[in-house]
Design a protein around this ligand. Structure first.
Ligand SMILES: N[C@H](CCC[C@H](N)C(=O)O)C(=O)O
Length: 282
């Protein structure tokens, strides 16, 4: 099986081109776990399948490194867009990508001078209703800065879906967040029936945030594109940032530029890079 390893700000995946490869005989969750393993496999945060679509120019399926399938992946979308453009699967720089969480529109910027190529993705509108997250056990429909009992400690979180679920917690000091404790506890908490991605955010100023993430199905990653979008939406819902203003999100692996437009859509711009190509022999 031929593959391409690509990353968005250090959030890497093993990409398989289903226009050329067939995985019908494979158990996809098991394959995702195997290829993601850094010792017995290739090593990545998961596996992404690029393929045909009957509703868009191209489709994407995302598997975390625990084998769970996700509805969306921001860093993955930018890499899929770059791959589709470079491999001639699309003949324009603006095109749609079908994800399990819905259609998104990607814009490839191929000619940026002497810079790492970036891609802009219109991620569509965030889903804020508790039932869309999904999240249970809350009296209100939109969960904004709500107290959440974790047993030995209490956090205040804002719940946002970008097709996949996110719990955003604001902090005064991003360097000291208890991500290793709170991340796994929240990730599989019973109040999140489909589990949840967990983000800590420190406000630098209204158009600049620091960000850390514990990803559902993967753990701590260098970056999470959908998480950065959720962080900016949560920052605006909590009054720290403004609609229609581009916010710079500093993630461990680099920066993303996110704007929640007045029309409701969330735009994400960031790098997408190819690491290597290879053949999976197992
Ligand atoms: N762990 C996520 C999928 C990957 C999302 C992330 N890598 C991104 O760039 O958005 C989930 O289970 O919803």
């Amino acid at each position: 099986m031929k593959f391409t390893k690509m990353h968005g700000l250090g959030n890497s995946y093993i990409y398989v081109d289903l226009f050329k490869e067939t995985l019908e005989e494979h158990d996809l969750p098991r394959l995702a776990v195997k290829v993601s393993d850094k010792n017995n496999g290739i090593g990545s945060d998961g596996m992404i399948l690029i393929g045909p679509s009957d509703t868009a120019e191209i489709s994407m399926r995302v598997f975390n490194n625990d084998g769970s399938e996700a509805m969306n992946c921001g860093n993955g979308l930018r890499c899929v867009a770059k791959f589709a453009y470079e491999n001639g699967y699309v003949n324009q720089t603006v095109f749609n990508i079908q994800t399990k969480g819905g259609l998104v529109e990607a814009t490839v910027h191929p000619n940026e001078q002497n810079k790492v190529p970036t891609v802009t993705v219109n991620m569509g509108a965030p889903r804020l209703s508790r039932s869309a997250i999904p999240m249970i056990g809350s009296a209100v429909d939109q969960v904004v800065n709500e107290s959440f009992d974790l047993g030995e400690q209490e956090v205040r979180l804002t719940a946002v879906s970008m097709g996949n679920p996110h719990a955003v917690i604001f902090t005064e000091d991003i360097q000291s967040v208890p991500l290793m404790q709170v991340g796994p506890t929240l990730e599989k908490h019973e109040r999140f029936p489909e589990w949840v991605n967990v983000e800590y955010v420190q406000i630098v100023k209204e158009d600049e945030l620091h960000f850390r993430v514990w990803e559902r199905g993967t753990g701590i990653t260098q970056a999470c594109g959908t998480g950065a979008c959720a962080a900016v939406v949560a920052s605006i819902l909590n009054g720290y940032s403004q609609r229609d203003n581009e916010v710079t999100v500093h993630l461990l692996g680099g920066d993303l530029l996110i704007t929640w437009l007045e029309n409701g859509d969330v735009l994400m711009n960031g790098a997408a890079e190819t690491i290597c190509e290879g053949e999976w022999l197992l």
